[in-house]
Ligand binder design. Structure first.
Ligand SMILES: CC(C)(COP(=O)(O)OP(=O)(O)OC[C@H]1O[C@@H](n2cnc3c(N)ncnc32)[C@H](O)[C@@H]1OP(=O)(O)O)[C@@H](O)C(=O)NCCC(=O)NCCS
Length: 212
């Protein structure tokens, strides 16, 4: 099963809505705390604008199964801040995807000179509490919710290089995926390409392997 973590392009935000709609009722409550009907999710997604909103996704077999939404904002006279929210579909939870998405979101935020990132979750969300702890967030319990705040260091050559490495791997796979899709629907004058299956070429690269 190829698993790819990468940023979503602005024209892929529709796929994010499809992912959120696939969340179970319980997970929708955990993710949004309120407004969990399909229509509310649709309205939420329609309001998203790049570059204030950055989405990083986890694609499994080409389908978006997990995502982190990073919303940046700037209040007058204050440093740029951001909020993040993460979601992983039920069947894929508990395999480290949420942890990796948050790591990537914090790296992207740091490299945009964002100094503080907030994350809101329900108090009984043990996985989010673990993720908060793992990356050094400071958590405050308030009326059934936990707000975790991450204080980020300034970016440096290493953090930029780390993000470039993540993007480089993702670009290679994005290119391969699009090429693979194009050969699955071959033009009639290119029959030879239809027989080529690059999926085998992806196996064993060691990049973000998941399951079998
Ligand atoms: C919360 C959520 C994003 C976590 O994603 P995930 O991929 O399932 O989480 P991970 O597998 O990365 O696990 C996160 C932590 O919980 C721990 N964990 C996972 N499964 C566990 C279990 N069954 N029991 C105890 N701890 C568990 C992991 O060890 C990890 O901690 P670590 O980093 O110290 O190892 C996901 O469950 C989800 O989408 N829930 C619904 C939406 C939601 O709650 N969003 C958060 C509000 S913004």
């Amino acid at each position: 099963m190829p698993v790819i973590f990468r940023k979503l392009l602005p024209d892929e935000f529709g796929g994010y809505q499809d992912h959120l709609v696939r969340l179970s009722g319980r997970d929708r409550v955990s993710r949004f705390h309120a407004g969990t009907a399909d229509e509310s999710i649709e309205r939420h997604c329609q309001r998203l604008r790049w570059p204030e909103t950055r989405l990083i996704g986890c694609f499994i077999d080409g389908v978006l199964r997990g995502a982190v939404e990073l919303q940046s904002f700037q209040r007058p006279g204050a440093a740029i801040g951001a909020e993040l929210a993460v979601s992983v579909e039920d069947a894929y939870q508990g395999h480290g995807i949420g942890t990796e998405l948050v790591r990537r979101a914090l790296l992207v935020a740091r490299n945009r000179w964002i100094r503080g990132v907030g994350m809101l979750s329900l108090a009984n969300n043990f996985r989010m509490r673990e993720i908060g702890r793992r990356y050094g967030g400071r958590s405050n319990l308030d009326d059934g919710s936990i707000e975790t705040v991450y204080r980020l260091s300034r970016p440096d050559a290493r953090s930029f290089a780390e993000e470039m490495a993540d993007d480089g791997v993702a670009l290679v796979f994005l290119g391969l995926n699009r090429w693979q899709r194009s050969i699955r629907t071959p033009r009639h004058d290119m029959p030879a390409f239809a027989a080529m299956r690059p999926a085998t070429a992806m196996a064993g690269t060691g990049v973000a392997a998941f399951g079998a």
